[in-house]
Design a protein around this ligand. Structure first.
Ligand code: ADP
Ligand code: MG
Length: 317
C-alpha cells in the first residue's frame, strides 16, 4: 500500500465524517484553509507522542489515536478555546493495516467527540510518533492564560485526579475488576474539558490542563503569574475506584501523576460567586494563591500518611 492509498483509505474518511464551517479546504491540497472570523482569535498548539515514552509499546492503536487527539485538544480546553480542526503528522515503522484500521477508528471517534475536523497531515516512515496540531478560536482577547493568577484567588480543579496515573499499574491485567476498569477507561479515553474551559472564559484568572500532575502544572501557573499557592491535600477530589485501588497512595497520585487532562484554574472569590451552578459543580476548590513561592501544603494530614515526600516538589515553582 502506497502513501496515498494509505491516506485515502484511513484518513480521508475521518476528514469526510465531519467538517467545520470555518475549514474552507481540507485534506487533499498542499495546505488546508481556515477562515478566522473577524471577532475571533486563532488559538493553536502542537503536541507529539512517541511510542515507549508517551504511550506503551504495542499499545492498542485505537487508544493511541484517541489519547493523542485528547492530549492536543486538552490544550485548547485550557485556553478556553472552541475546537475547529487539526492536522496529523504520523511517523510509522510500517504500513500495518490492522494497526492503521484501529488508529483511523480511534481518530474518527475522538475527532467527532471533541468537535475537531481533520484538515490534513503528513505521513512518513520511522519510529512510531504522532504529532497533532490543533486549531481553535476564542472571542478576541478572551483566551485563558497561565499568567493571570493573583494573591487570594482560589485554586480549583475539575473532575477527579490520579485515576489515569493509577491505571498504569494494571495496563496489562487480563481481567480487570470494575474499579480497575474505571481507572483504565480514564487512561485509554481521557476527556478533555472543552466545554468547561469555554465556560470559564471571563471568570478564571488563569488556567492550565493537568497533563504532568497537579503540582507540576499548577507550578507553571505560579511561575508565569509570579505568585505561590497553599494546597489542602484533604480537599483533593479522589474517585472511589482510586481510593479502593490505590489506598494510601491516592493523594500522592492525585498530586503528581499526569494523564487525567483535568483543568486547574485560579479564580477570584468574586468570580467564583458569579459562576453558574452547573460550572461550579464541575470544580473543587483545593487551595489558595498567595504571595509566597511554589506549591506548599496546609495542615499536618500529609505528614502522617507518608506523603512527606512531596516536599521535594517544593522546588517546583
Ligand atoms: P505535500 O507533499 O504537498 O506535503 P503530502 O503528499 O504530504 O502533500 O500529502 C497529500 C495530502 O494528504 C495533503 O493534503 C495532506 O494534508 C494529506 N495528508 C498526508 N498525510 C496525512 C495524514 N496522516 N492525515 C491526514 N492527512 C494527511
Ligand atoms: Mg507533506
Amino acid at each position: 500500500m502506497g502513501e496515498f492509498e494509505l491516506i485515502r483509505r484511513y484518513f480521508l474518511p475521518v476528514a469526510e465524517q465531519r467538517g467545520h464551517p470555518d475549514l474552507l479546504l481540507a485534506l487533499g491540497d498542499d495546505c488546508a484553509i481556515q477562515r478566522v472570523p473577524a471577532d475571533q482569535d486563532l488559538v493553536f498548539s502542537v503536541d507529539t507522542q512517541v511510542e515507549g515514552r508517551h504511550f506503551p509499546q504495542h499499545y492498542r492503536s485505537e487508544f493511541t489515536a484517541w489519547r493523542a487527539l485528547a492530549s492536543a485538544a486538552s490544550d485548547l480546553a485550557a485556553m478556553g478555546a472552541t475546537p475547529v480542526c487539526f492536522t496529523l503528522a504520523l511517523t510509522l515503522p510500517e504500513a500495518d493495516e490492522s494497526w492503521l484500521e484501529g488508529f483511523g477508528r480511534g481518530l474518527a471517534q475522538a475527532a467527532s467527540r471533541f468537535g475537531l475536523a481533520l484538515a490534513g497531515g503528513d505521513t512518513t516512515r520511522g519510529p512510531l510518533t504522532i504529532s497533532i496540531q490543533v486549531h481553535g478560536t476564542v472571542p478576541r482577547g478572551q483566551g485563558l492564560m497561565r499568567s493571570g493568577a493573583k494573591a487570594n484567588d482560589l485554586v480549583a480543579v475539575s473532575g477527579t485526579l490520579g485515576d489515569a496515573g493509577a491505571a498504569l499499574d494494571f495496563l496489562d491485567v487480563q481481567e480487570p475488576d470494575d474499579d480497575e476498569r474505571a481507572l483504565l477507561e480514564r487512561y485509554h479515553h481521557p476527556l478533555p474539558r472543552l466545554e468547561l474551559g469555554q465556560a470559564l472564559r471571563g471568570f478564571a484568572s488563569a488556567c492550565i490542563d493537568i497533563s504532568d500532575g497537579l503540582i507540576a502544572d499548577l507550578g507553571h501557573i505560579l511561575e508565569r503569574s509570579g505568585v505561590g499557592a497553599i494546597l489542602n491535600p484533604e480537599l483533593l477530589p479522589l474517585s472511589t475506584p482510586l481510593h479502593r485501588c490505590a489506598g494510601e497512595r491516592a493523594p500522592r497520585l492525585a498530586l503528581s501523576s499526569g494523564d487525567d487532562y483535568e483543568l486547574c484554574v485560579t479564580i477570584s472569590e468574586k468570580h467564583w460567586g458569579a459562576l453558574p451552578e452547573g460550572v461550579k459543580n464541575q470544580l473543587t476548590v483545593v487551595g489558595r494563591i498567595d504571595r509566597g513561592q511554589g506549591v506548599r501544603f496546609e495542615g499536618g494530614a500529609l505528614a502522617d500518611s507518608g506523603v512527606r515526600g512531596f516536599d521535594h516538589f517544593g522546588s517546583i515553582s
